[in-house]
Design a protein around this ligand. Structure first.
Ligand code: SF4
Ligand code: SF4
Length: 380
């Protein structure tokens, strides 16, 4: 297992985490076997958005005295009134469900997530009501370690981050969502499928969100990495061919600020299959060819795929460009952390010998030599 820092929370989280939603309704023995397998593979972050008492209790029982080894993402405002998953902003309901989670998981939730902030209305119902006071109270009293939130909408997520309150975010990331124009609501595409003619390269709003997260130290955990399985299916993928699970994981992990991808495994076998990601070489995870099959406006824009490697000067080109992209968001206020990350790279833009090997390999015609020079000018 590999670990990454989850932004300014300072927590070290496993690159692959467990989304526990598919364990809901499963027999205890299956929950226990899956949780045991996750821990044995080094998974140390789990998402428990599900409001049902039985699934929460099954997970807590399976964790037993290993609860403290795990970082739990618990959601504030997730309820299941009338046996249906729902979003609640009604304070007695919100408190009832979250306090139940606290009781079940030992009085503490590591990441207290403000649940499902997708629209302006969600934003108002959280930030202009007692909801936010409750979240701040939970943090102040030590019931939650860090404040986070979940969203599927880049514009709303940017607004939430700009409140200065959250330290991390759970966001839906995969190549298809990233290329949907941000005015499209992703859930509209789950049932009807992705219409390929909507796609036009990585949506600028989403790209802006990822860069903003890097700039402000907002760590990202990822949901919907496989687009509800649609990206793996020849029939439903918007690309010329389906992606594989490792390609989807690699895509998410190569977005700026992403720390962990939460995979919804429901058996030890599924977990073991997901962990094969760490045994693959770069060519087996490379998604650039498939992204290149779309009608797109990528030309000149780096998607951080690393298809341009190897570089004779041993520059990690995608990482240098990632830092450059963040710096270019606001060149007058480049975050010191970005400059120091850039400088601590073993090789950076200053080492470019302008051989051009990378440019001939880049499927997206990124002017890499120019970018290396610009990175050195702004960050060196
Ligand atoms: S420069 Fe091109 S090949 Fe290299 S990481 Fe960026 S998009 Fe991929
Ligand atoms: S042009 Fe620069 S960045 Fe590209 S492969 Fe050559 S040395 Fe590396």
């Amino acid at each position: 297992m590999k670990f990454r820092e989850l932004g300014k929370t300072g927590l070290r989280v496993s690159e692959i985490g467990l989304g526990c939603e598919h364990l809901d309704g499963k027999p205890y023995a299956q929950v226990e076997a899956t949780i045991n397998a996750a821990l044995e593979h080094g998974v140390n972050i789990m998402d428990v958005f599900m409001p049902g008492r039985e699934i929460r209790e099954n997970i807590a029982r399976a964790l037993g005295n290993r609860r403290k080894e795990v970082i739990l993402q618990g959601h504030i405002g997730s309820s299941d009134i009338r046996q249906q998953y729902d979003i609640s902003r009604d304070m007695p309901t919100v408190k009832q469900y979250f306090e139940d989670a606290l009781r079940i998981f030992g009085g503490y939730i590591d990441l207290g997530m403000m649940f499902f902030i997708d629209s302006d209305e969600d934003y108002k119902n959280v930030f202009e009501t007692d909801f936010i006071k409750y979240v701040e109270h939970l943090k102040k009293e030590g019931y939650i370690g860090h404040i986070g939130f979940s969203s599927h909408n880049p514009s709303t997520a940017i607004k939430v981050i700009n409140t200065g309150l959250p330290e991390m975010m759970l966001f839906s990331i995969n190549p298809a969502f990233d290329m949907l124009p941000s005015e499209e609501y992703i859930f509209d595409h789950f049932d009807s499928g992705f219409a390929p003619d909507l796609f036009r390269g990585i949506d600028p709003k989403r790209a802006e969100l990822y860069k903003l997260c890097s700039q402000k130290g907002i760590g990202i955990t990822v949901m919907k990495t496989l687009g509800a399985g649609k990206l793996l299916s020849p029939e439903h993928s918007p690309f010329a061919k389906p992606l594989t699970v490792p390609q989807c994981v690699h895509y998410a992990l190569s977005r700026p600020a992403v720390a962990s991808v939460m995979l919804g495994c429901q058996t030890p076998e599924e977990l073991a299959a997901a962990m094969q990601y760490f045994d693959l070489d770069d060519s087996q995870k490379d998604y650039s060819d498939i992204l290149g099959t779309m009608r797109n406006d990528f030309k000149g824009n780096c998607v951080y795929c690393s298809h341009c490697q190897p570089c004779p000067a041993e520059i990690d080109i995608a990482t240098v460009i990632k830092y450059l992209d963040i710096a270019q968001l606001d060149t007058a206020n480049i975050p010191p952390s970005i400059r120091s990350h850039y400088k601590s790279l073993a090789h950076n833009g200053a080492d470019c010998i302008e051989c051009g090997n990378c440019e001939s390999r880049c499927p997206f015609s990124v002017p890499i030599i120019e970018k290396m020079a610009e990175a050195e000018r702004l960050l060196g």
